[in-house]
Design a protein around this ligand. Structure first.
Ligand SMILES: [Zn+2]
Length: 279
């Protein structure tokens, strides 16, 4: 979920998104703990009705897994609402050392920036880019898994390499079922999924509840030692193009992963690039 807490004035509306996750593939069901304070529509539009506080919950229709909760505080219309706390402490993007390459909708070559393969909403991969799982990334995952096991923790791969053709099927079925706008919120367009690089592993339960586990906390602190970064950190949606995915690890190699980790920046900020679909 984008915000864990929002403040609205009476009569104001805000559209919530259950997830931008490329991994989520089911429609959210929205509910309000008190629709006399704030009502929520089937597509996640919250409308402030009367002063008070309530909780908006998004669950996965398939199995009722909770995507997340947002606490909504409704204040009287004459009161100024406080700034969205997500905007505080946002790191300014560092300037790119060189001008980033131009994005192409249907590229023939993959994009490397400072030697790092890029797949995000600005930079697509070619249809023909079909590397499979990167053997070095897999070997380093195995090493990380062993180290975690020595701490009594169980980390495992839920989803790794995904081909262009696989993503065509996923995305098209989402568009067919829910329309393009929603499909773009919950799944990556073919060519834009980082899973096509072969350098990405989704760990354990692909669900925000993973963030609460000991495994997730260990991975946060140690993944870079094995060459991985948490690719879509919390509160960086506007920069990475994806909401928080504590389970989505990208292999960069130990040197680059450690530099990115120590910088406290997202990969986009670190490289001075954007992540936005051309339309
Ligand atoms: Zn993923």
């Amino acid at each position: 979920m984008r915000d864990s807490q929002i403040t609205l004035t009476v009569g104001e509306s805000r559209h919530l998104q259950a997830t931008d996750a490329s991994d989520a593939a089911a429609k959210a069901v929205w509910s309000s703990s008190d629709s006399k304070i704030a009502a929520v529509s089937a597509d996640g539009a919250v409308t402030a009705v009367a002063p008070g506080s309530c909780t908006i919950t998004a669950t996965l229709s398939a199995d009722s897994t909770v995507f997340g909760n947002v606490t909504v505080t409704v204040v009287p219309a004459q009161t100024e609402s406080p700034e969205n706390s997500d905007e505080i402490g946002t790191t300014e993007p560092i300037p790119a050392k060189t001008e980033p390459p131009a994005a192409q909708a249907d590229p023939t070559e993959p994009t490397y920036i400072q030697g790092i393969l890029i797949a995000n909403k600005t930079y697509a991969l070619p249809k023909t880019f079909d590397p499979g799982v990167d053997p070095e990334a897999k070997a380093m995952f195995d090493k990380m898994q062993k180290a975690a096991a020595q701490e009594g923790l169980n980390i495992y791969i839920s989803s790794g390499y995904r081909s262009y053709d696989y993503q065509v099927k996923v995305y098209n079925s989402m568009v067919k079922a829910y329309g393009k706008k929603y499909a773009d919120e919950v799944s990556a367009r073919p060519g834009y999924s980082e899973h096509q690089t072969g350098l990405v592993f989704d760990l354990n339960s692909i669900d925000l509840s993973f963030a609460q586990t000991k495994e997730s906390k260990w991975v946060d602190a140690h993944a870079h030692e094995y060459g991985f970064i948490i690719r879509y950190p919390e509160g960086k949606d506007a920069i990475t193009g994806y909401s928080y995915e504590p389970w989505h690890l990208r292999y960069l190699g130990v040197e680059n992963a450690t530099k990115v980790y120590n910088s406290g920046l997202t990969l986009e900020e670190y490289l001075g690039i954007t992540s936005k679909y051309p339309d």
